[in-house]
Design a binder for this molecule. Structure first.
Ligand SMILES: Cc1cc2nc3c(=O)[nH]c(=O)nc-3n(C[C@H](O)[C@H](O)[C@H](O)COP(=O)(O)O)c2cc1C
Length: 190
């Protein structure tokens, strides 16, 4: 089972780098598998540490994909790093080993600390729709236009019926990004 999180790693100058990323468990171990090339991967290779933020703030996910990466952070307990301030829970992990791969190395990590901050508020369809749309946006150059349009049309129903302000903002950022991509052939993510 894959969980979608927001991962925080530290850049070389110790500033936080924030990016949406999936992870899964293999027994007690956390597996993180970033595609090459990406900053999260370089940071993980250099530091061997990361924080998985389990957040329901989908504006952070949409924001990261549209060049809005300056989200408030807070200190963590057991590694060099930081967590998102707005997260339901966070998991601090340390890589035990890396399984090398030219496209997508796997970091096998131990959990060194985990902490809950706020209660889960319940499922929301608009949040799911924003996550799905964010994945589409991260793959715009590889997906046919008709497929992207059809999926966006379907996902929009959940936004129209169930979104709060945060989800509407996230959706608007993603739709702007789709339009900008089509106007100017921008890359997949900011
Ligand atoms: C919900 C979601 C899950 C993602 N999961 C992954 C992942 O598991 N691995 C990956 O390399 N990129 C994943 N991405 C794309 C990255 O967030 C994106 O490429 C990001 O810019 C990471 O690159 P960076 O570390 O250079 O910022 C995901 C994006 C979304 C929206």
């Amino acid at each position: 089972m894959i969980f979608e999180a927001v991962i925080t790693t530290l850049d070389e100058d110790a500033s936080p780098h924030i990016a949406p990323m999936g992870f899964h468990y293999e027994g007690p171990r956390v597996i993180i598998a970033p595609f090459r090339p990406c900053r999260t991967l370089s940071n993980l290779e250099r530091t061997g540490e990361a924080v998985l933020n389990l957040t329901d703030n989908v504006a952070i996910i949409a924001g990261c994909l549209t060049g809005r990466r300056a989200w408030p952070t807070a200190p963590v307990a057991s590694i060099q790093g930081c967590r998102l301030a707005d997260t339901l829970a966070h998991i601090e992990v340390r890589a035990l080993r890396v399984e090398p791969d030219e496209l997508r190395p796997r970091f096998v990590c131990e959990v060194v600390h985990e902490q809950a901050h706020r209660a889960f508020q319940g499922f929301n369809r608009a949040q799911g729709a924003v996550i799905e749309a964010a994945i589409l946006v991260s793959r715009l150059s590889r997906l046919p236009v008709a497929k992207v349009d059809a999926e966006i049309d379907y996902l929009r129903t959940a936004i129209d019926k169930t979104a709060g302000e945060r989800e509407r903002q996230a959706w608007a950022w993603l739709m702007e990004r789709v339009q900008a991509f089509r106007r100017g052939r921008l890359g997949d993510v900011a």
